[in-house]
Write a protein that binds this ligand. Structure first.
Ligand SMILES: N[C@@H](CCC(=O)N[C@@H](CS)C(=O)NCC(=O)O)C(=O)O
Length: 198
């Protein structure tokens, strides 16, 4: 399998985390989105949408959208429950991540880290929705070890990617002990070293 990704992007890291955790062999093709490498003619032949991550299977088929990719990689493994309802609970988090978490937490991080905006110049509606998303996670993780199905799953990997980096987007994590415990637990599962706010 070929993985096209930018290691600065949480969406791409989800794919790297999942493939590494499952021990899947792959070749990583770095695509620097800040240098517009996702918009070259060669890359657009792999993903006409001009975005990473995207994977190319050995038979030449391609798959984009981080959560579609990790869900596909996780099929028939412990990262995706087999029970239909529990699988749907994983999907509930994956869809929520893309609509309520990623557009706010990840974009605030992008604005601060890559556009060098001061914290106060983040878009207010994204800040408010990002805070709410992190509060939702905190509420759930106060009473639950993992996000879905009482087990570490692709739901945790999908939410970990940008939550782990939320402090780079100006979000306070010290007030969210449940999320911090869960981040550490996910990092242990994935063999990652901590980068979260101390
Ligand atoms: N919903 C998509 C979002 C993909 C996306 O926005 N990728 C960004 C990096 S995080 C990208 O490729 N940006 C470059 C561009 O749009 O030119 C996913 O989850 O994979």
């Amino acid at each position: 399998m070929q993985i096209y990704g930018d290691e600065q992007s949480g969406n791409c890291l989800k794919v790297q985390y999942t493939a590494d955790h499952l021990g899947l062999p792959y070749t990583w093709h770095p695509v620097d989105i800040m240098k517009n490498e996702s918009r070259t003619a060669a890359f657009l032949r792999v993903n006409p949408h001009g975005q990473v991550p995207v994977i190319k299977l050995d038979d030449g088929r391609t798959l984009a959208q981080s959560n579609a990719i990790i869900r596909y990689l996780a099929r028939d493994t412990q990262l995706l429950p087999t029970d239909a309802f529990e699988q749907a609970k994983v999907d509930e988090w994956l869809f929520w991540e893309q609509y309520s978490h990623e557009p706010c937490v990840a974009v605030c991080r992008f604005q601060m880290r890559y556009e060098h905006k001061p914290k106060g110049d983040r878009e207010q509606w994204r800040v408010e929705r990002g805070e709410r998303a992190l509060d939702t996670l905190e509420q759930h993780l106060n009473g639950n070890q993992w996000l879905a199905a009482d087990a570490f799953s692709v739901a945790d990997i999908a939410l970990l990617a940008y939550t782990r980096l939320a402090h780079e987007g100006g979000f306070e994590m010290v007030t969210r002990p449940g999320v911090q415990r869960w981040i550490r637990a996910c990092e242990t599962e994935l063999g990652l070293t901590g980068v979260q706010e101390k």
